[in-house]
Design a protein around this ligand. Sequence first.
Ligand SMILES: [Zn+2]
Length: 484
Amino acid sequence: MTSSSPPNPDAVLILNPGPSPCFAHSGQHVRCAGGQITEIGDHLRPMAREHCIDAGGGALLPGLHDHHIHLLATAAARASLDCAEGDPSHLPQRIRNRAKGSNSGHPDPTWVRAINYHESIAGELDRHKLDEWLPDQPLRIQHSTGSMWVLNSTALELLDLDALDLKLNDHNRLERDSNNRLTGRLFRADELLRERLQHTGNMQAPDLTTLSRELARFGVTSVTDTSATNSQAEFDLLHAKQQRGELLQRVRLMGNALLPPKKLPLIHTGELKLLLDEAALPDIDQLIEQVRSAHQHNRGVAFHCVTRIELAVVISVLSATGAHPEQRDRVEHASLVPANTIEQLRELGVQVVTQPGLIHSRGDRYLKELASDELEQLYRLRSLLDNNVPVAGSSDAPYGPLNPWLTMQCAVERRTLGAAQIGAGEAITAEQAISLYCDYSAITPGQPADLCVLSKPWSDATARLTDTVVSHTLRGGELIHTPT
Ligand SMILES: [Zn+2]
């Protein structure tokens, strides 16, 4: 890297990017000023007080967009104990060690927060089992699906859950035994849990500094935060974190019906998120009403959809409402897509937002648990793209791997952590995999200067995407990652 002195943060010249889908030939330089791409050409020369980056033939790409992530949950998960790590029989001891440790940096330091639990580790959990592991400090463990939390008795008491006068809907989220006593198992109760943690002074918002810089290192300049519970409070919180430089990425914030339409330079409101849960499906007419109302307010919807029945619900709801003429509705995950629904998805004009990285991180378990027809339908890519269904890529962090390059490589190879292959026919090219995260045509004068420079030429980078190193990342012309 060469740099003029002093660098003017408002003007950057990127010299010598190599050929790629963004540029047919080498010798093009790119100038950014005032937050936008202002000039592209082979005649550009450095100006006084302009910061120069010599790409040296490395590929230049638009900044990557992670289309499905939960920022606050990811930061909290990183400060949590991962149940899936290490020998399963050591989990109780690891929890006790964590309880004894300082737990510093954790958003709620007296608590032990554990994540990524699966029954294969130590069977079904309830408060009694957790009390055996940790009787006198609050403990909460999240299931790997993200849909269940289990709390020990100390935690239940601290949150005063038993005494709460709950709405009927919230009642159903708290499981009770035959003596009407809480079992400690909470289903799809994130909003309730968070409300109780805040109300009882047991939670502060996690710090996003480290997570945001890691995303910048991967070339990620913007994200869609897809938490169904997002409302005005999360909008204000994330905006404040951007203002003080803690959060570097632009945010498109999906959320609940109370999230008002709002657009600021770095954050704006996205779709209405609708959770579908096969075990407790909402009334179809009510869903149709919610979608119609969102469309009337010029807002798209995004369905959380992992099973085939959930997909059938999405298709019947959207068939009834029709697509919004401008706002594209989304199917999040589309984990299982039967072949005969692909054409319907295309006709409905919905976008599938998928996570091929889960083939990597969870694939070996899928191979044991799923039937062969299900494995064929899992996290499809090629059959969707070939049939002109728009597809976007994402991490679903904290539930899937954060690194977009690992996810892209998984889209190309379809390999599990144990090197088994799932759905080889759904593999796509490296060029297609990268385009799940960016639009190659976005490097054009007048577009925001959200860019990333790779340390390697295009042909080397696409040969093995997981080895990709991003040397520089710019968001709105501002350098948010540089070589150390
Ligand atoms: Zn998610």
